[in-house]
Structure formats: C-alpha cells, structure tokens
Write a protein that binds this ligand. Sequence first.
Ligand code: FES
Ligand code: MG
Length: 628
Amino acid sequence: DINPDYDLAKPLNFDGVGLRQKLASYGDPHFSLFMRKLFIKALGYSEDALSRPIVGIVNTYSSFNPCHANIPQLIDAVKRGVQLSGGLAIDFPTISLHESFASPTSMYLRNLMSMDTEEMIQAQPVDSVVLIGGRSSSSSSLLLPWHGNIWLFDTTTGCDKTTPAQLMGGISANKPIIHLVTGPMMPGSFQGVRIGACTDCRNNWARFRAGSLDIEDISALNEELAPTAGTCGVMGTASTMSCILLALGLMPLSLPSATAPAVSSSRLRIAEATGTHAVSLAKSQLRPQTLLSKESFLNAITVLQAIGGSTNAIVHLMAIVNRHPQLAGSITLHTIDDIGRKTPLLVDLKPSGDNYMTDFHNAGGMIALLHELKPLLHLDVMTITGRTLGVELASIPFRPLPPDSPLKSIIHRYHEPLYPSSSLVILSKGNLASAGGAVIKASASKDRNLLFHTGPAVVFSGPKDLAERIDSPNLNATPSSVLVLQNIGPVGNPGMPEAGLIPIPRKLAAKGVTDMLRISDGRMSGTAGGTIILHVSPESADPESVLGIIKDGDMITFDAEERYLHVEIGEEEIKARIEQRKKAMGERGESAWIAREKERGYKGLYRREVNQAEKGADFGFLTAAGPS
Ligand code: FES
Ligand code: MG
C-alpha cells in the first residue's frame, strides 16, 4: 500500500501535468515523489507549505547587472504577494545579461538565455514560476523537483535582452507566464541639466570626441549618467520592451507595471501584486500560446511606433512571434511598416524627443497612452487577468492632466503628434533592401534632410577597420558621404553588435557635423539617435549580399518615404563583384560563412544556427517551425 502522501492518485489542487511527466524519470513514480519530498524537506518546508500552489520565481540577479540591482527586494515583494494569496513562492536562478558586461554582445547570449529559461521551466516541476531577475540564493539552486500542481511563470525582466529572452522561452515552454520588469532608473544631473543613460552617454561622448567637453567634464558625467538601480531611463530597448509587454497583455494594466521607477515603493507594490496575480494565473492556467493572438502583436507594434521605440524591439518581436506555433510568420517587417504609416509618435522621450521615463510615468504612463491610441487598438484581445484589453481599459478611467501641467507635452494627443507617422521605417525597395529589408528609426534622425539623400559610400570592412580609420585626418569623407560598415551581422560578428551607430569622423565632428547617413547590417542601441540604417539583410558576410560588395565611391540613394535604399551599381557589375568576392573568400578561406562549420562550442552553434534579422536572429531549431 502507498502512503497517501506519495500516492499519485491523490487529488491535486491544480492540473498536475508536470508532476506526472517528471516523476517518470525515476522509474517508480511513487518513489520519485518520496525522494522529492525528502530533499525539499531538507530546506525546512512543512507538509502544509508543500501542499500549496507553488510559484517558482526565476531570478536573474547578478552583481554584474546594475539594471537588476533591485531584484532582491522585488523577490521579497513577489513572495509576499504569493504567500498572502495562499501560494508557496520559491526562487531559482537563470543566467543574467547586462548590456555592458556580456561580451561580445548581450544579443549573442539572448538565445542562450531563452534556452536556459525554457529548459529550467520545463525541468523543474514547480507548480508555478515567477521569472524574475534577482539574487540567487544558494539553496534554491539545489531544489529538486517534487510534487507540483501549477505551472506558472512570473517573469521579472530588466536589462535589454532579458524580457525578449524570457518571453521567447516562456512561449516555447507554454506554461502560464506573468511579467514583472525591474523598472527604469532615475535621471541624474550635470551642471543643472538632467541626464540619463544612455542617450546622454552617447551625446556627451560625441561632444567629448569633438573637443567641446574636457576630461574633467566627461569624468563628472560618468558619475551621474546611471545614478540609481534600474534599466536605462530613456526609451531604449528595456523601456520599449516593458511597454510592449503591457501592450501584449502580459502585465496587469491596473498597475503602472511598465514605467514605475526601479527604486520606487510603487515598484515594490507592483511586485507584490504580481505575486497575487501569479497565484490566480496558476488557477486559470492561461498560457501564453492561448493568451497571445495576432491582434495582441498588432497592438504591441502600434505601441512600439507610438513610443518611438527601439529598433532592437523589431528583431525581438520577430523572434518572439516566430516561437508561437499558430502565429509564426503572420507578423513580418511589412506589418511593422503598415502599422507605422497610420500610427503617430506620441511620446516625447529621448532619443526621439527630450524627456525621461520618469516623466512618462508621471504623465500617466502606458494607461494614458493606450487611452490615446484606442482608435488604433484591438480591444478584444485577452490579457493576463483573463479580461480583455477593452474591459481593462474601461475599468481604469483616463484622468487627463490639468491643462497647465508641465507634463502635458510628454504624451501628445492623438491629433497633435510629435511626429505624424512611421517613427520606425522598414525599407523594402532598392537593391540594398528588397531581399531581407532594413530598418531605420526615422524619428531619431538629427538631420531630417538625410532621410532623402544621395552620396558616395565610405566603406569600412568591419569594426577593426572602422576603429583604425574613422578618426584619420586623411579619411576621404565629407558631410554628404554615406558611411557603410560591413560584417557586423548575425553570422559575421556574432550577436550583431550595436556598432551601427558609426561615429561621425573626428575631423567632421570638430567642424560641427552631428549627423550623417550611416548603413550597416548590425544593430544600434535603442537609446541612440541619428540617421542610421540598420539590420540590412542578407548581412554582408553572406557571399550573396549586396551590402558586402559596396566599394568606396559607389553612390547610395536613400528615400525614407519610398522605403528605398539603393547602391548605383548595375546588375552585371553586382554579379561580377559577387563572383570575385566568393573566389577571394574561397582562396583565403577566411569567411565567417565557411569558418562556422568547424567552430566549436556555443559560438559554433550560434553561427551555424542563427537566422537573419528579419526573422528575429533566433536559432532556427528554437523557432516554432523547427530546424530549417
Ligand atoms: Fe541595462 Fe540599458 S544597460 S537597460
Ligand atoms: Mg541597450
């Protein structure tokens, strides 16, 4: 006879699917349950505690990650919410990625983090999981699976690649998930002017390069640019992804989940409430593949355009949607462009505008924005509470700011936009864009004349070549030159580094040039601005790429309105150059395209499996379609 405590036939509070799957691994499932209980009891839990719905909390804290520095407090608050609601909360770690400390780039490790997240969720039959960045307690990493009845993930996400990685893994694992972001940092101050990471990091570094700031100034700025814990305080990738999570319905709309500062008490109350929602979600078993619809993604893209969001979010959204078995392929770069044409830019934050995330929060945040965007939104989509977006919005009345409020200009009215439409533009015509497309954040252009421009190319073959020559007094560049950087695409320079923000050549910067047309197959930080075309696909490492055969002096034409990017080389000449280049690659045997077949480790896996930017730079075998 089986002791009822170890009897699999004993009714469970929740669905218990994970329990039965995992127990098979010991052969005797009753003995397996006995073993799990034995080990979890070593941590001091009582039978009463273990009989509760179990909410796992995925912890991405790292002492190398200041964007996640508040996670220990957030975990405490989430646990409080879970336990006040009758659940048992247990945290466990996954990897942590900070933009500046993940070499060669955090994007290189995003897919690894998504695999870690998916597999740890799958492996541990906890009843529910909160995906949260935070301190990794040594005990939690020893946890063995034992009986579990709820699957639920509460995701706390922060620094740029964390949210997309966790959502990609969460959709693939398809257990109920709820997101909680760490929140933006506060702005700092320099000589009476507010500053914040990282638009002002770049602006001020450019001023330092141009000689208008000295070493003392730049050192003083270094102390103030990231003055608190939290994610970059402008509309960079982390903030963009937070707003997108809310638009997708993956965070509760009744809380200022996307915008409350990392160091605010509001952020802790959001964490506590997220724990409460996590227990409800455990009961509803609303999973991301059910919750998310094509219309959820259309709403997310509308928000992306209206906030002037990060270009990186486009790559992430493609990777995220392509993890969904029913929606993969239904959202493309064209969808982003089509929505852009009818969506005004409403939020006045850096880098497209002038302000900081705290201003957006204080001006009403995402709820105010969603009310403003209502005419463009699909209101019947599901959200994490089990209620539709329309029902949620109706229950949170829009309270406009007083007419004389200094915050009035932060969220523009629908009919008085900051920029009429197409903050993010997808290029799809001309020989540099018709194959796999390219992306530009037109609203962050500093010199709008450059959105319609023809000029001669100045080509750099890679980051090393760029570093060696960009500041040379002999560089053959004028303000109308088009700077082209090759070999920073997904395969050519694994992780597609954010080197697309090619610096203005020093000799031109010193003369006051602050913007030039720049083109690459890489990415740029969401906090950066300028007339910068990114994600050109196929990338230049691809032997068939047109970007890869551009030479100094070739004339390049860009027309943002026509979505046109073209290098004036005839068809025959293109073919000849491609053949010539392939031959040279074969002879030298140095092409990344060829070398990846023999590379070991994660780098080899990455280079062999990563797909192009328009598909999300995910690994083909992780997509819903599987290996291609
Ligand atoms: Fe983490 Fe900017 S460096 S969000
Ligand atoms: Mg960034």
